[in-house]
Design a protein around this ligand. Structure first.
Ligand code: UGA
Length: 435
């Protein structure tokens, strides 16, 4: 099948590459010329395990190509994916300007039947808005608008796309549904379903999924905070409740609050949708508040330990990305935490395996940057662990102790076993587990 993907961000690039991998002819479009030139050479602008290998192979096999020319891209493509950014507006609502602009351009370019697919996370009713714009220029039989939200996670995006637990397709016509079914057939052959529904339900499904997961994490963060106060250990509680299949084992890890380009933005946007419909979504508002407070918990622990004297302390930070296996620092809790430390007069020295450039762009010379994890510890009063990268899991504890001024670790991600840290002679605080 011939496919065009408009927008080569995270979702667009993974979508295009994975559809090429299953034998489709894919053309990806972006307004950014530099990005397109790099992609033609197989260089991806993002760090995503496995993506570059797949991309290079599909470029070589001539199944995927890149262009700045929207007209050329949509000339032959039966399915046109919109994978455009929907940044948060000032009030937190998803800004649809890119999606609607491209829809208007497509209205002028489409000359025979096309399926226009919304892949970006967009508020309920957007598919209808796109259809209304297309209808201004095109007769109804020349297009269908489909909502096909993406559920991939950064860091495991390729795997998530190639082996989805489900695919959700909101399609208004049989014709479009059949085309989408054919397109996704290679990914769901193991029995995972494609659910067909109306476009509004598909759009809501995406927000409901992300908001539910954000709520699950926030609930565990609150349980962890209560564990600390009651002497329970959240590790046991997590295992204890997670084995109930109605709850499930995943997304029960407490930490420093959820971050990334999706959960914070999507919870806010859904709350706004509720407001627009005069619905007071109390649970969602609590999720927003709990997550805001959770980012400050580790600072509270530090303040208590240093008797409110963070001023003049040298603090080492391991992990900056909002989660492991990505260089993404968008809405990363590390940013709020570092800002709070700086505001209290601490000196901060950081290390992350892949997010250093991004954090440097954000903080410039306000921070110290270390070439490796041990260098960051030199003379530090304490270490903070903010992302659970694998390489932090089994460190050389002796070397850590030698480098640190005092063997003090504040772990926002529960990377180490309590007994291990005690045995090694560290002062160790983590989330929801008492020392
Ligand atoms: C999330 C969803 O998981 C995807 O299904 C969805 O497609 C994507 O958003 C999106 O809307 O595009 P992602 O943002 O890549 O994916 O990251 P997650 O793995 O979901 O993690 C989000 C945040 O939650 C991270 O900050 C992570 O550290 C935190 N988290 C996750 C916890 O604190 N505890 C957990 O148990 C799990």
């Amino acid at each position: 099948m011939k496919i065009a993907v408009i927008g080569t961000g995270y979702v667009g690039l993974v979508t295009g590459t994975c559809f090429a991998e299953t034998g489709n002819q894919v053309i990806c479009v972006d307004v950014n010329e530099e990005k397109i030139e790099a992609l033609k050479k197989g260089i991806t602008p993002i760090y995503e395990p496995g993506l570059e290998v797949l991309l290079t192979r599909n470029i070589r096999e001539e199944r995927i190509s890149f262009t700045n020319d929207l007209e050329a891209a949509v000339q032959d493509a039966l399915v046109i994916f919109l994978a455009l950014p929907t940044p948060s507006g000032e009030d937190g609502s998803a800004d649809l300007k890119y999606v609607l602009q491209v829809a208007a351009q497509l209205g002028d370019l489409i000359t025979s039947y096309r399926v226009v697919v919304n892949k970006s996370t967009v508020p309920v009713g957007t598919a209808e808005k796109v259809a209304a714009i297309l209808s201004e220029k095109l007769p109804a039989e020349l297009f269908d608008v489909v909502s096909n939200p993406e559920f991939l996670r950064e860091g495991v995006a390729v795997d998530d796309f190639l082996k989805p637990e489900r695919v959700v397709v909101g399609a208004g016509s049989e014709r479009a549904a059949k085309i989408m079914e054919e397109l996704y057939n290679p990914f769901v052959r193991q029995g995972n379903p494609v659910y067909f529904m109306d476009t509004r339900s598909a759009e809501m499904t995406k927000y409901a999924a992300n908001s539910f997961l954000a709520m699950k994490i926030s609930f565990m963060n609150e349980i962890a905070n209560l564990c600390e106060r009651t002497g329970a250990n959240v590790d046991w509680v997590r295992i204890g409740i997670g084995s109930d299949q109605r709850i499930g084992k995943r997304f029960l890890f407490p930490g420093i609050g959820y971050g990334g380009s999706c959960f914070p933005k999507d919870v806010l946007a859904l709350n706004l949708t509720a407001k627009e419909h005069a619905y007071d979504f109390k649970l969602l508002q609590s999720v927003l508040e709990v997550n805001r407070l959770q980012k400050g918990r580790i600072i509270e622990k530090l303040r208590a330990y240093f008797r409110n004297e963070l001023n003049g302390k040298l603090l080492a930070v391991w992990g900056l990305a909002f989660k492991p296996e990505t260089d993404d620092i968008r809405d990363a809790p590390s940013i709020d935490i570092i800002e709070a430390l700086l505001a209290e007069g601490a000196t901060v020295k950081v290390y992350d395996p892949v997010a250093m450039d991004n954090i440097h762009r954000k903080f410039g010379d306000q921070l110290g940057y270390s070439a490796n994890q041990y260098e960051a510890l030199q003379d530090a009063d304490a270490l903070l662990i903010l992302t659970e990268w694998s390489e932090f899991r089994n460190p050389d504890f002796e070397k850590m102790k030698m480098q640190l001024k005092t063997p003090v670790v504040f772990d926002g991600r529960n990377v180490y076993a309590l007994e291990k840290m005690k045995e090694q002679g560290f002062y160790y605080e983590s989330m929801g587990r008492n020392t």
